[in-house]
Design a protein around this ligand. Structure first.
Ligand code: UDP
Length: 240
């Protein structure tokens, strides 16, 4: 079942369901996009119909942000739980390791992609990492490089909406990829470049406060997620 928030249809599934659904897509004939949605992404989609259509064309669209879980409590059905992108990448790599599927890491600036690959390799020694590419470079010709590595899964960390648009525009050029996932800042955390919020803050949905403390320059984005998103969301409910 899907739950619509600001025009974007989000899968109402558990973390484990998302893993299973993604695993099933690895044997699919067609190529698939997975989106890890948060309030900021929905704000982009609210202003950009093309981006919203891309999100709604995804084979899996999960609720990554705590704000979406809270918002859904004001709807007829509420979202079961968060599917946190960074945790998903870790657990899905375990599946890929078991099933001998290869992964490619695209994105993350300043060597983060390589650092992420090193960390994943330590955690999952048999995982096939077919390559990585820094997101700070010009991505014009990178499809050829990724195509020659022939991965099954492509993690794209370029920030939204760029990463989803990049996948939409380029996936066809890399036919081996069965599942491409926009993972936002996941590489920053997996590489250890950015420290994750302590568990109690995550449980209370206070990751935004943690990020405000350690990355105060993100204040505008946090303001959008914590203040602008609820205002738009309630306005949309009242309109309905
Ligand atoms: N990023 C990138 N190239 C760009 C813009 C962003 O590789 O042109 C990377 C950035 O280094 C980070 C990731 O994309 O690792 C996610 O960026 P952002 O912080 O915007 O996303 P969020 O954490 O909010 O999902």
């Amino acid at each position: 079942m899907k739950i619509e928030i600001l025009g974007v249809k989000i899968d109402n599934i558990t973390f484990q369901d998302a893993i299973e659904k993604a695993r099933a897509l690895l044997g699919d004939d067609k190529q698939n996009l997975m989106v890890t949605c948060n309030p900021e992404i929905l704000l982009h989609a609210d202003k950009d119909n093309f981006f919203r259509d891309i999100l709604n064309s995804a084979s899996i669209c999960v609720a990554d942000g705590f704000g979406l879980i809270l918002a859904s409590k004001f709807l007829k059905d509420s979202l079961m739980e968060r599917v946190v992108g960074v945790d998903f990448v870790g657990d899905f790599c375990k599946i890929c390791e078991k099933e001998s599927k290869s992964v490619y890491l695209l994105g993350g600036r300043d060597g983060i992609a390589q650092k992420t690959a090193d960390r994943l390799k330590k955690r999952f020694p048999d995982l096939k990492i077919s390559g990585w590419l820094d997101g700070g470079i010009n991505l014009k010709d990178c499809c050829k490089l990724i195509k020659s590595a022939s991965p099954d899964v492509l993690f794209v960390a370029l920030g939204a909406p760029r990463q989803e648009k990049w996948i939409y525009d380029n996936l066809r050029e890399i036919p081996s990829v069965k599942l491409a996932i926009g993972v936002g800042g996941a590489f920053d955390f997996i590489s250890g470049n950015v420290k994750r919020a302590p568990k109690f803050m995550r449980r209370l949905g206070l990751e935004w406060l943690w990020r405000l403390i350690i990355q105060p320059w993100r204040i505008r984005r946090i303001f959008n997620a914590v203040i602008v998103f609820p205002i738009l969301f309630f306005a949309s409910i009242i309109k309905k």
